[in-house]
Ligand binder design. Structure first.
Ligand code: MN
Length: 326
């Protein structure tokens, strides 16, 4: 591989080369394909190497990711059953996203590791490994397995391939680097099946899902100048599993003239979850951060207190200002 691997911190290699005691791979609320692929892929690799591994998170694995080999190993916890010797978080920039599970599993002697590619990753761990130029956390886990000399089985390959596939938008976004593609190729050589992953992610619909999608897409709105498009969904209008499976924010993003797309979802009374996508002209990570959230330049999110209309107006104003400044 011509491009150099990301340098794995020596302390991390030391911790994982012969992991002692109980190891927890901890997920977050609303786990996405990168988080799950990294969590399960690394978990399977460490388990094969002889570690006592537990996989858990505050939310269940979304149905659409149920095909990941090892997905059934991920436990859903309301609270942590006790402390672990080693807790590893992947793709988690903010520990509050564990809904208290990090605090619950972190004892006085616990070592906490964070492996992440979010530029705004907080320094909550004992060992922080952050590479903002990695296409996905799964790319970093691939490097980690190489550094540890761990074998990439077809099950591990499928998980890490799914990480890179989903975080690059099926190899369409600007983070689709030569290296991301070469690693994906190597993962396919190790048994990942692109057609099975794409089929599970995009061709698992039931007829009623397609009809629902038609109704939802009819609600897409576009700004008069055509540069911003959004979808605003009142509470209960679509099931959570549908939103996850369809990656709804990508539809307003797919309009040619659009520079910034947004999805507003009322997730409770006075609480609106916002997903933002850009095409390189506006840093939506900065906009989300101004509202207490965060993320990447082209993909970010936040949760806003207020009505659906208030959240929409506040974000669209901030987006218009960011677009205007250019
Ligand atoms: Mn990611």
């Amino acid at each position: 591989m011509p491009e150099a691997a990301f340098p794995v911190p020596a302390e991390l290699v030391g911790l994982l080369r012969a992991p002692r005691g109980r190891v927890l791979l901890l997920g977050t609320v609303q786990p996405d394909g990168d988080l799950l692929g990294s969590q399960i892929g690394l978990g399977l690799a460490l388990a094969t190497a002889g570690a006592a591994v537990t996989l858990a998170g505050p939310h269940a694995v979304p149905e659409v990711f149920g095909f990941l080999p090892g997905a059934a190993l991920v436990e859903r916890w309301e609270r942590a059953p006790g402390s672990f010797d080693l807790v590893i978080l992947v793709d988690c920039p903010d520990p509050s996203r564990t809904n208290g599970l990090l605090e619950g599993s972190r004892g006085p002697a616990t070592r906490v590791v964070s492996i992440d590619h979010h530029p705004d990753s907080r320094r909550y761990a004992d060992v922080h490994w952050v590479e903002p130029t990695a296409s996905a956390t799964g790319e970093m886990v691939y490097d980690l397995l190489q550094a540890l000399g761990l074998k990439v089985t077809p099950e591990i390959a499928t998980n890490l391939y799914t990480s890179i596939h989903t975080d690059t938008g099926s190899f369409r976004y600007s983070n689709t680097t030569p290296r991301a593609l070469r690693i994906a190729a190597d993962l396919v050589a190790h048994g990942a099946r692109p057609e099975l992953v794409a089929g599970a992610l995009y061709e698992g619909r039931r007829p009623e899902d397609l009809h629902r999608l038609g109704e939802v897409l009819a609600r897409v709105e576009v700004s008069p100048d055509g540069r911003v498009a959004w979808l605003a969904l009142p509470a209960g209008s679509v099931p959570e599993a549908f939103v996850t499976a369809e990656d709804l924010v990508n539809y307003p993003r797919s309009i040619a003239s659009v520079k910034v797309a947004a999805l507003f979802r009322e997730i409770g009374p006075g609480s609106v979850k916002v997903s933002l996508r850009a095409k390189g002209e506006v840093n939506v990570g900065r906009i989300a951060a101004a509202f207490g959230g965060g993320g990447h330049t082209n993909a970010a999110g936040c949760t806003i207190a207020g009505s659906l209309a208030e959240a929409r107006d506040a974000i669209l104003k901030a987006v218009a200002e960011a677009l205007g400044k250019r």
